[in-house]
Design a protein around this ligand. Sequence first.
Ligand code: HEC
Length: 115
Amino acid sequence: MMQSFIRKPSVLMASLFVGLLGATSLASAQSLQIKQWAASCAACHGTDGYSEGGMASLAGQNKDAMIKKMNDYKTGKIPATIMHQLSKGYTDEQIAQISAYFAALPAQKPVAKTK
Ligand code: HEC
């Protein structure tokens, strides 16, 4: 069994390569999806979650705290004008992924490099 694999290293390499390729494109498709969900928050919370003022920034927020807030909006535990409706549009899984996305960003907006 093992020997037939060793005799066909090219087949083994090819299937490994295809497997890796598949995993990579799946991962990037998923992160693109999460970015798109997060982009819909930008209209109110600022580009990439960096508020320009008058609204809470989402970037750099604690992931668990954000998940809890979204769920509290969902259940009506925290009164809201908008988020109680918006939060209902996302599954627990989506909320976890969106929260992880914003939590991974630095709390301070990175300063654009000038030449
Ligand atoms: C139409 C505008 C709008 C959009 C779009 C929006 N929000 Fe909000 N968000 C608000 C407002 C307004 C509040 C303050 C609570 C309220 O009145 O609903 C808020 C509050 C929050 C808070 C609490 C902030 C804090 O620090 O207390 C979180 C977390 C949040 N939003 C997450 C999100 C996420 C995640 C998205 C995208 C999926 C999103 N919001 C999209 C308007 C918006």
